[in-house]
Design a protein around this ligand. Structure first.
Ligand code: FES
Length: 87
């Protein structure tokens, strides 16, 4: 079955920028929306994208940089539509 690939960088730069909080937010949101069978959620080490301030996130291979307080918005705006697309 096709799945949405979502990962959060937990390399040192992103860790300092709040990667742990982003991981927590995504984990809660995946529970909340019951998306375990739709999202392959994992952590990655440095995505070679650390020049930007924030936490690197990869969604189906596209890299984004977000801050922890934007994790929920990002999930709603980008991750949920990606999940809808594979229904
Ligand atoms: S540490 Fe996250 S992109 Fe480098």
């Amino acid at each position: 079955m096709e799945m949405v690939d979502l990962s959060v960088c937990i390399g040192s730069v992103c860790h300092l920028a709040g990667a742990y909080n982003v991981v927590q937010s995504f984990t809660h949101l995946i529970e909340e929306y019951n998306l375990h069978d739709k999202i392959d959620f994992h952590a990655d080490f440095c995505m070679k994208n650390c020049s930007k301030p924030g936490v690197s996130v990869s969604l189906n291979g596209t890299k984004y940089t977000i801050t922890a307080d934007k994790a929920r918005n990002f999930f709603r705006e980008k991750v949920l539509p990606a999940c809808e697309a594979i229904k």
